[in-house]
Design a protein around this ligand. Structure first.
Ligand code: UT7
Length: 330
């Protein structure tokens, strides 16, 4: 019986900090230039959470509050909160518990999920299965990352890429055929060292040495990650289309992780998708890690129509990657 239950997205919320970090400002920090950043990545500006007392938990709570307002729902009605993040407020307790306390979701059970840039997709997959199990009715799935807390603003190869932000969705049982239809998820730990924050965990606990060696910052080998990301996102997007007998004409929207405009363009080309059907906001927010996909859904929500066919697709550290096919239900 329970397998007949389908999950749908019933609300979308977000939070973006006010401070805008432009390419021009980065030109003053590192040896870079606006033209290089635009042509190599597609990024023009990104948001930064400047308040030192606020972090990913705060942003997740703000996104959750917007979702609750949209559904006219009390926080006590939430069953589960999943926060996808690689910049948790603390190693523990979970950022989802911090956000829960902030919004007063006293009946929810809460946990974090770590899958880097695929975090939202992975969390959506977990949340969907919690709904289809029949055991939970209202699952908040939020991606929240304060990337500025782990970015080295003297490293030009990474500091230009990332921004801060949060966004998420409410999952509820679907009442018609619209909702989450299918998913394909992958991981490959063999290349984990090419995209990593190596300090602060149990392998390299924080010490003077880990600070001196800048191990608490993001380390990325851009070229190998770029190559695998381009292949991975395109392959899995085409795979989910084939599995569901979808042509490029059938898909209404590609909702891609926003890491690099060139990766997004390559994915859309492989899917045979008209560029007008691709959600792109990397120019405004950069790479907000777990927040990119729900931020796209938020920015486009007024243009989406019930029944629209969406392919969500991401690639990130781990490596982790995947795609979700859904029919918009709002
Ligand atoms: O979101 C999770 C997954 N992450 C990704 O998908 C990111 C994947 N990687 C990328 O998006 C790209 O590799 C980057 C945007 C990070 C870098 O672009 P690239 O085209 O791969 O550049 P590169 O690393 O091959 O560097 C090309 C040149 C180098 O100079 P030389 O050695 O050719 O003289 C770099 O030193 O560009 C130089 N460079 C820069 N120049 C100006 C690197 N960063 C900058 C910069 N400004 N910010």
């Amino acid at each position: 019986m329970s397998s007949e239950i389908k999950a749908k997205i019933s609300a979308v919320g977000h939070y973006l900090p006010d401070y805008v970090l432009t390419n021009q400002e980065l030109e003053k920090l590192v040896e870079t230039n606006d033209e290089w950043i635009r042509t190599r990545t597609g990024i023009i500006e990104r948001r930064i959470l400047k308040d030192p007392d606020k972090a990913s938990g705060f942003m997740a709570a703000e996104a959750a509050r917007e979702i609750l307002r949209q559904r006219n729902m009390d926080a006590s009605e939430i069953d589960v909160i999943i926060v996808a993040t690689v910049t948790p407020d603390y190693m523990f307790p979970a950022t989802a518990c911090i956000a829960q306390s902030m919004i007063g979701a006293s009946n929810a059970f809460c946990f974090d999920l770590s899958a880097a840039c695929s975090g939202f997709l992975y969390a959506l997959e977990v949340g969907t299965n919690m709904i289809t199990s029949g055991q939970y009715k209202r699952v908040l799935v939020i991606g929240s990352d304060k990337m500025s807390s782990i970015v080295d603003y003297t490293d030009r190869s990474t500091c230009i890429l990332f921004g801060d932000g949060a966004a998420g969705v409410l999952l509820e049982p679907a009442d018609d055929e619209n909702g989450i239809v299918d998913s394909i998820m992958y991981s490959d730990g063999d290349m984990s060292s090419t995209l990593i924050q190596s300090g602060g965990g149990s392998r390299n606990p924080a010490s003077h040495d880990t600070v001196d060696k800048k191990m608490h910052y993001i380390y990325q080998e851009g070229r190998p990650v770029f190559k695998r990301a381009t292949e991975g996102m395109a392959d899995v997007s085409v795979e989910i289309m084939k599995k569901n007998q979808l042509s490029g004409d059938d898909v209404d929207w590609l909702v891609p992780h926003q890491a690099n405009l060139r990766i997004i363009d390559a994915t859309a080309r492989r899917m045979n998708l008209d560029p007008s059907k691709v959600m792109i906001n990397i120019d405004k927010y950069g790479n907000t890690t777990a927040a990119t996909i729900p931020l796209c859904l938020y920015d486009w929500k007024d243009r989406l129509k019930k029944g629209d066919k969406l392919v969500l697709s991401a690639f990130g550290g781990g490596y982790t990657w995947g795609a979700i096919y859904l029919k918009w239900a709002m």
